[in-house]
Design a protein around this ligand. Structure first.
Ligand code: ZN
Length: 439
């Protein structure tokens, strides 16, 4: 069964749904209330352990809500051979996101990522980074134009998202991860924009020429702080993004760089895939100061379903993973030199660790969402998965399981209106604002 049903759920459903009704969201809530009333009448509180009623209620309520949502996931990675014979985006067994899984789980819109990993900053590596980025743009266009134009369309504006959705299709968008993907200057920015880039980040794991990263890479010769935030080139990139109407993304940037981006941007900014540092102290998560700075721009923080960013894994799991990495000689520095067979074997063994020590659950994601909503408000929080880039939680391991996230939000008492904002309307608003401020 797709949905994860907790024990003693009737109680939660009634509480959650009454909150939905009380928050008042017009016609949608009326339908939910009708559902709840029948539950309440049929199952008084003292008889709350009837398993059949519990399961039916949870599924029905979740489906009612989830089926009407525009769900936007702002971070899904793709492999270099995406949309070739090797990786069919229409449906496959290897990846967490494909069109069949998006359709099954009503994941309406996905930012597919043009990601280039940070390597040593040499002229040859800059040229290679641009080649790799262009290859990923090609792949996404192949999916939407040549392979599956009847199932998914490429959106380059907020209006496009709604139009394509209105045609009954899935929506693809494009984000660029790591300033390194632009090469050594700004000459590729307009080209990437013309090919559909609608958000861009400044760094990844390791400093770039554009910004300091939240992780300095000793293996690449990084000092703790290289630019002290954004470099002059990074400021130039931000100006270009603002001019073109592309959302600036702070995820992976250092705290100083994040605060620079928020302070200097003339349009709202986003964090495309990050968590809240106050909930779990991980370098990839945002401090309260950063969250507040993003809110001040009118932007949105897309809380990410990435296990190790959201909660501390068991020590035994960390030790076992470290031992595996040593056995395969697998690290960020060595990865590129390993054979595909070695990488596949390493990944299979890592997957086995997830069986032994399961990943964090969807409710941990909701803990970060709750915290961010309390701190910066319901209008500034969204969701991302980082699927096929390390993301995935117990209960949300691929796009087909997306209703489980909605169920958790219902259980936490969010109104339908709130859930709509978190799942897509906030991002849509930011995208529209950024477009309006372009030029
Ligand atoms: Zn990332």
């Amino acid at each position: 069964m797709r949905l994860t049903i907790r024990s003693c759920l009737t109680c939660f459903v009634i509480v959650g749904s009454l909150t939905l009704a009380a928050c008042g969201d017009g016609i949608d809530d009326a339908a939910i209330l009708a559902e709840t009333q029948s539950t309440e009448v049929a199952e008084p509180m003292e008889d709350q352990h009837h398993p059949a009623v519990e399961a039916r209620s949870a599924e029905a309520i979740t489906e009612d809500v989830h089926s009407q949502l525009l769900t936007i996931d702002t971070h899904v990675d793709i492999p270099d051979d995406f949309a070739t014979e090797a990786v069919d985006p229409g449906g496959n067994d290897r990846f967490q996101v494909d069109l069949a899984k998006m359709e099954e789980g009503n994941l309406s819109a996905v930012f597919f990522i043009v990601y280039v990993g940070q390597t040593e900053r040499t002229e040859a590596n800059y040229a290679e980074a641009v080649r790799k980025a262009r290859n990923k743009f090609d792949a996404i266009h192949r999916m939407t134009e040549a392979l599956y134009p009847d199932r998914i369309g490429l959106a380059t504006s907020a209006d496009d998202i709604l139009r394509i959705r209105g045609e009954g299709k899935l929506v693809a968008l494009i984000g660029v991860e790591n300033g390194f993907a632009f090469g050594s200057d700004l000459s590729t920015v307009e080209e990437y924009f013309s090919r559909g880039m609608r958000y861009a980040g400044f760094a990844h794991m390791g400093h770039s020429n554009f910004a300091d990263s939240s992780l300095a890479r000793e293996d690449l010769g990084d000092v703790p702080e290289e630019h002290g935030g954004l470099s002059d080139l990074g400021k130039g990139l931000l100006k270009e993004l603002n001019r073109l109407g592309v959302m600036a993304d702070v995820s992976h940037a250092s705290k100083a760089a994040t605060l620079d981006i928020a302070r200097l941007s003339t349009a709202p900014v986003i964090a495309s895939h990050s968590g809240a540092r106050a909930v779990y102290d991980h370098f990839r998560n945002l401090t309260d100061e950063e969250l507040m700075a993003i809110k001040k721009t009118g932007g949105v923080v897309q809380i990410v379903g990435f296990d190790t960013y959201l909660a501390a894994p068991p020590e035994e799991k960390v030790a076992a993973k470290k031992a595996l990495a040593e056995r395969y000689n697998y690290s960020r520095a060595t990865r590129a030199s390993l054979s595909p067979e070695t990488i596949a074997a390493y990944r299979a063994d890592v997957k086995a660790l997830d069986q032994q020590w399961p990943r964090a659950e969807v409710n941990t994601l909701a803990d970060h969402i709750d915290y961010a909503v309390k701190l910066i408000g319901i209008d500034h929080v969204g969701i991302s998965s980082d699927f096929d880039g390390g993301g995935g939680l117990t209960g949300w391991m691929d796009a087909s399981q997306t209703p489980n996230v909605t169920q958790e939000l219902i259980l936490r008492g969010y109104s339908v209106g709130d859930i709509k904002k978190i799942w897509g309307e906030n991002l849509l608003r930011v995208m529209r604002d950024v477009e309006a401020k372009a030029g």
